[in-house]
Design a protein around this ligand. Structure first.
Ligand code: TRP
Length: 358
């Protein structure tokens, strides 16, 4: 039953490319399930890194489910008083970015409201070993990063819960970042083992495939580390244009006057050029050439203008949605109802193959 997380990143990328090509040809053949933990507000790294990719896939015609993993917040966060607010904010940014809960192919729901999904966790827990849970590299990193001295069992088992998030609707494609690959591998093993052990090799569950985003990793305005709210180096989607301008003014650059695109030797400048490029579609190299002697000041002005212009529709839409909490609630209620429908059907099937129908 034991397997290691042995697949190389390159192999995953290659498979992802093939999957992407087939998705474009046959969108209706697939079902996308992905999601986020409601741990805070979203920044532009989320928008460029994952939200836009989801919207693109949705618009290809792939049925799309977005899970808000509120239970998972409890695995490494002490406080939970803001969860409702973060669920609300996530939903606002999803819709502002273009996920469309009105299209009948897309729905958004917090998993705490879908009891039939959560119930899948019980049989799934019998399909993984303690040592497999203990070896998950992403879980290990999270434990380290959170500096936890007492680790709750939810921390070790949330990847199994995540399998329930994906399999309740028989999701087949999971757009995720590299850090989620070990979790996807567990989901695939659970699907395979469930079919083998409990379903006499019938295919109750598909083995979902990860889809790695092509977006580059976006670094924070300090130029060193990944953009993240907790590192205080992020431009949030909810920031105003003035706040955005102020943050960019303080962004780190380097001592060289002339702007060049050199990601290895000038990572801070390269990151700012990359951000402009994501907004305007021009190549970073061409942007650097056009700024040249203009230096860091001009680079920052260009970025401020490009980003504020690019984010204007998103920010306008999110401001409008902020005024309408009833609508957000209605979107989530509808998402929950649809998720429960799919989860109930799956749970019924699971009970049948497991001889638990009475
Ligand atoms: N664990 C994911 C994260 O931390 C969030 C998540 C929960 C998720 N359930 C999921 C992602 C299902 C993809 C599919 O980002």
């Amino acid at each position: 039953m034991e397997e290691t997380f042995s697949e190389t990143f390159e192999a995953a990328l290659e498979k992802s490319r093939k999957l992407e090509a087939d998705l474009i040809q046959n969108p209706a053949k697939y079902k996308i399930l992905t999601g986020d933990r409601p741990t805070g507000r979203l920044h532009i790294g989320h928008l460029f890194g994952s939200l836009q990719n989801r919207v693109r896939l949705q618009n290809l015609g792939v049925p799309t489910r977005i899970v808000i993993a509120d239970y998972q917040v409890l695995t490494d966060h002490d406080s939970f008083e803001n969860i409702a607010q973060y669920i609300q904010q996530l939903t606002i940014d999803y819709i502002a970015a273009g996920l469309d809960p009105e299209n009948d192919r897309t729905f958004i729901f917090p998993h705490s409201h879908v009891p039939e999904l959560n119930q899948l966790l019980l049989p799934f827990l019998t399909l993984v070993t303690m040592s497999e849970l203990d070896r998950n590299p992403t879980v290990k990193e999270e434990i380290q990063a959170a500096g936890l001295s007492r680790i709750n069992a939810g921390m070790y088992t949330y990847p199994v819960h995540q399998a329930a998030d994906i399999l309740f609707c028989k999701g087949t494609v999971v757009p995720v970042g590299k850090d989620q690959l070990p979790h996807l591998e567990i989901t695939r093993q659970i699907a395979r083992r469930f079919n083998e052990r409990y379903a006499a090799k019938q295919s109750v569950f598909p083995e979902p495939q990860p889809l790695l985003s092509k977006a580059p990793m976006i670094k924070g305005l300090d130029g060193g580390q990944k953009m993240s709210k907790s590192r205080n180096n992020a431009i949030m989607l909810c920031h105003t244009e003035d706040e955005t301008a102020k943050l960019i003014k303080k962004a780190k650059t380097d001592g060289e006057r002339v702007i060049t695109y050199d990601p290895v030797n000038r990572p801070e400048v390269a990151n700012l050029l990359m951000l402009i490029s994501l907004c305007t579609g021009e190549e970073p190299q061409a942007i650097a050439d056009s700024i040249g002697e203009g230096g860091g000041g001009m680079l920052k002005n260009r970025l401020t203008e490009a980003l504020n212009e690019y984010l204007r529709p998103h920010r306008a839409k999110r401001a409008e949605l902020e005024q309408n909490p009833e609508y957000i609630q209605q979107v989530l209620r509808k998402g929950i109802a649809k998720a429960r429908e799919e989860a109930s059907a799956t749970l019924e099937e699971v009970r049948q193959v497991m001889n638990m129908v009475i």
